[in-house]
Design a protein around this ligand. Structure first.
Ligand SMILES: Nc1ncnc2c1ncn2[C@@H]1O[C@H](COP(=O)(O)OP(=O)(O)OP(=O)(O)O)[C@@H](O)[C@H]1O
Length: 630
């Protein structure tokens, strides 16, 4: 018997029979049993190994595969789709058909089944397209290994770019676009040398001329003769999602290798980076994307370099391929705006000067105080909107300019766990647009769920005020210490008193299980975008000037110099101007934009946005989820 086993091992191709292997195995077990009886070393281990059920199963699988290999699969017929059509006609012709026949009829009519049968027939008839040209009879011995590649082109672009070696004039595939036609074929690779296209030798041609040869045939088979690259680099691509912090238009970028293959994006767009092989040009898809095909975007380094070039050479150039987040010219504009504001209100200011304390916008809803609506706090914020020397400071005043250095921000999909603290809801917009009106309405809707953070101030409390309710009343020294220890999200001075909102105040609301709703100065965006607060930022945008005039007829604005006066034409213009500046600097950081046209609609949109922020997955900075030590 042992000889029989050896024969099988030496000649693995010989027939094992249906139960061949298992038979051998049981013979081996018997043999081992015999060895055990003879007290031979290691035999027991071998015995248990051979008895193992997993080995038995594996051998069973092996036998099945052997059986399958012996009988090569062949189609029973190669006209299944024709037969199904005949069947449909026959069933239709039946005078009264059974339920089974009806079911069969409806099954056979399904387009997916018909497509399947048609695919079956194509394979069965070996009716493959395209028919490759015959191999030349005589290939010169010294010719390098060439490959003939036929791609069937539809209206889609080929999905590959080429480059020319300026010394030799040879044409190479520069890159293959992820998910494009060439990529899906798996036949063309970056680095392959293109020798011929549709029979035309391309050596020495300009890349544009080669493209013309390719494009001469917009549809049908394109034949490439290529010398494949010998060593294809191995890429370990990792999934990367980024939020664009700048605008980019490939059509306006003369440096892009192929503008048609470029992906344009705006600040705030989320890009899926599918290939970072090239140091200069990444491949990406703009989300949400229904296309399998990626396109070219500048790499982070390249985009940063472009940003710097634009920054230094063209402070503001709307035609430039890339627009920076902020420009020097715009900063100067901001000063001009403030002067205009003083001019406009000087006369009336005499008679109707603001008096801090007379009406501090105390907001009380039955027995619930709505903290953070103080007029002085808002005025101190407003001043920072309109000057380059902000009276309101943020915990990280330089963070905005830091973000200018990085054109992409890595993001990940995040959904708050129901047991986690709520995300901070931060509202912002140009002065007077209605941020506080919306915030107030939201809190009033459900004060048990929504709450503002209690701000700090150095001013003395008034008779009716309680520390921790309207404000935390603290000394200048304590306030200074808190500033020193970065405990304010934003703070500022108004009429000699300091005001600020601390991280602890927001934390208190969040820890109580409520949703903290805060209005913030744009400068505070970077402070609230933190691992702990995970702010969801809602930008309240003014509608058109006409709609502002129409909707704000009975509304009142509080300016630096007036409390609650009717809106004037110039208020709307200033609002629009301020909105333009906020948008050009900060658009990328807005999770939601609400155009505050009809108040009722805006309230509904706000409520929906707040629910989305808490309960639906959102793109958030990767650093919130994987905090770094820096
Ligand atoms: N959609 C709207 N339609 C009509 N009036 C509105 C609308 N939104 C807000 N208002 C009114 O506009 C005025 C200014 O609104 P609000 O005080 O909320 O502005 P704000 O954005 O908080 O600005 P600031 O903080 O600088 O005062 C208020 O009288 C408010 O009731």
């Amino acid at each position: 018997m042992r000889q029989a086993v050896e024969a099988q091992v030496l000649n693995p191709c010989c027939e094992l029979g249906e139960h061949g292997l298992r038979q051998i195995l049981s013979d081996v077990i018997q043999e081992v049993q015999w060895s055990v009886n003879q007290d031979i070393d290691g035999a027991e281990i071998l015995h248990s190994l051979l008895n193992a059920s997993w080995l038995q199963s594996l051998l069973k699988v092996y036998e099945c595969l052997q059986r399958y290999l012996r009988g090569s699969p062949a189609p029973a017929l190669d006209y299944a789709s024709g037969l199904s059509l005949q069947l449909l006609a026959d069933i239709r012709a039946l005078p009264g058909c059974s339920e089974e026949a009806k079911e069969l009829y409806s099954l056979l009519r399904k387009p997916n089944l018909q497509a399947l049968l048609s695919a079956h027939d194509t394979v069965a008839q070996k009716d493959y397209e395209p028919v490759l040209p015959p191999m030349p009879d005589k290939l010169p011995d010294d010719e390098e290994a060439t490959r003939i590649i036929c791609l069937v082109k539809n209206k889609q672009p080929l999905g590959a770019t080429i480059k020319r070696n300026e010394i030799t004039g040879e044409i190479f595939i520069a890159r293959v676009i992820h998910g494009g036609l060439a990529d899906r074929s798996g036949l063309l690779h970056a680095g392959d040398r293109v020798v011929e296209v549709n029979g035309f030798p391309v050596d020495g041609l300009e890349p544009e001329q080669v493209i013309q040869v390719v494009q001469a045939r917009s549809q049908g088979t394109i034949m490439f003769k290529v010398i494949p690259i010998t060593e294809r680099p191995v890429h370990n691509q990792t999934m990367l999602y980024v939020r664009a912090l700048v605008d980019y238009s490939p059509q306006q970028d003369p440096a892009i290798p192929c503008a048609d293959a470029g992906v344009s994006f705006r600040k705030g767009d989320v890009l899926e980076i599918v290939d970072q092989t090239d140091a200069l040009w990444w491949q990406a898809k703009k989300l949400p994307s229904s296309s399998a095909c990626a396109g070219l975007v500048p790499s982070s380094n390249l985009l940063r370099r472009k940003q710097r070039e634009v920054w230094w050479s063209q402070p503001y150039h709307p035609q430039a391929g890339i627009q920076t987040l902020s420009t020097v010219e715009e900063e100067e504009d901001l000063i001009a705006l403030d002067e205009k504001c003083v001019e406009a209100d000087e006369e009336a200011f005499e008679s109707e000067e603001l008096r801090e304390g007379e009406d501090d916008g105390c907001s009380k809803l039955e027995d619930i105080y709505l903290a953070g609506f103080r007029r002085s706090l808002r005025l101190c914020r407003r001043r920072s909107h309109s000057t380059t020397q902000p009276s309101c400071h943020t915990r990280c005043p330089s963070s905005c300019s830091n973000s200018l250095g990085s054109p992409y921000e890595e993001v990940v999909r995040y959904q708050r766990h129901p047991q986690d603290a709520h995300r901070l809801i931060a509202l912002l917009g140009p002065p007077g647009v209605g941020v506080n009106e919306l915030r107030r309405r939201l809190i009033e809707l459900n004060p048990n769920l929504f709450l503002g953070a209690v701000p700090h101030t150095t001013r003395a409390p008034k008779g009716y005020e309680e520390s921790g309710r309207e404000y935390y009343f603290i000394s200048r020294e304590t306030f200074g210490n808190m500033v020193y220890n970065n405990r304010f999200l934003d703070y500022g001075e108004y009429r000699g008193n300091l005001y600020g909102t601390s991280i602890e105040s927001v934390r208190d609301v969040l820890l109580s299980g409520k949703i903290c709703v805060m209005d913030i100065d744009p400068n505070a965006i970077h402070a609230v975008r933190s691992h702990e607060l995970k702010a969801y930022i809602i930008y309240v945008k003014p509608p058109s000037q006409d709609r502002l005039k129409e909707t704000r007829q009975d509304s009142y604005i509080t300016t630096n110099y007036y409390i609650n006066r009717p809106f004037k034409e110039e208020d709307f213009q200033e609002m629009e101007e301020a909105a333009r500046k906020i948008e050009s600097h900060y658009w990328a950081f807005f999770d939601q934009v609400i155009v505050n046209d009809r108040l009722q609609d805006s309230c509904v949109q706000l409520l929906t946005a707040v629910r989305k922020a808490q309960d639906e997955p959102q793109w958030v900075p990767a650093s919130w989820i994987r905090p770094t030590t820096t």
